[in-house]
Design a binder for this molecule. Structure first.
Ligand code: SF4
Length: 135
């Protein structure tokens, strides 16, 4: 129980730190390599997208662009390198994703569906023997 309380407190503290430290400059959005793959975020104003993410982080619903950005994040870390304020936008998006999933703002990923995709890709690279052993 103590560990859970510690984690919740750490998460709350990190959220507060990010909300205070972020200047909403949009550099993290502009550096994100996943935006071309996020139809609702593509072409969006970078500052507005960040404001949306911070809204989600605060328990709000954000907007379609920010939710899409949160959903496609693959944790490349390109945003962290671009951030001039050491906010850690990669973690900011991660925390926003948890917040959004907990609040029903974005759906949780279906693990069964994910596993079936993993198996499809594995079959492309595994030998028949490996497929028999591992899949
Ligand atoms: S997280 Fe960093 S790069 Fe992104 S908007 Fe905030 S200050 Fe700018």
């Amino acid at each position: 129980m103590v560990a859970h309380q510690d984690w919740s407190a750490l998460r709350a503290a990190e959220t507060e730190r990010m909300l205070a430290a972020c200047t909403r400059c949009g550099a993290c959005f502009e550096a994100c390599p996943m935006i071309p793959y996020a139809p609702d975020a593509r072409g969006t104003d970078a500052k507005a997208a960040v404001i949306g993410v911070l809204d989600v982080l605060s328990g709000g619903a954000g907007d379609a662009a920010s939710r899409n950005w949160i959903s496609v994040c693959t944790r490349s870390g390109s945003c962290n390198a671009a951030c001039p304020e050491a906010v850690n936008p990669m973690l900011m998006l991660r925390l926003a994703k948890w917040q959004a999933q907990e609040g029903g703002v974005i759906p949780r990923r279906d693990a069964a569906e994910t596993m079936s995709r993993v198996k499809v890709f594995a079959r492309l690279s595994f030998s028949e023997k490996e497929q028999g052993e591992w899949l």
